[in-house]
Design a protein. Structure first.
Length: 95
């Protein structure tokens, strides 16, 4: 069973203290782990620790936005490279 599935199961079974510990450990190992941040936020919310939950949800959103920007930058670079290759191909075939 994948780790994220096992952790989500703890959350679903309302084993909130255990889930909180596990999600916190997962985030310590990988701070940009969106699923763990979101699930820890949900766990904290169920424990009525709403300010901490909000912080995790914001962190998850920030990581997601950063990845989207990075993907957009890579995509733009690939498109520019593709256009340049097409222009070179046309230039060599038109000779």
């Amino acid at each position: 069973m994948p780790a994220t599935t096992a952790l989500a199961l703890l959350l679903k079974l309302e084993r909130l203290d255990e889930a909180l510990i596990c999600f916190t450990q997962a985030i310590a190992l990988k701070p940009a782990y969106i699923e763990a941040l979101t699930n820890r936020g949900t766990t904290l919310s169920r424990l009525h620790r709403h300010e901490e939950a909000s912080a995790d949800f914001r962190a998850s959103d920030e990581v997601s936005a950063m990845r989207s920007r990075k993907a957009g930058t890579i995509s733009a670079a690939l498109c520019a490279s593709s256009r340049a290759m097409k222009m070179r191909f046309r230039a060599t075939t038109e000779r």
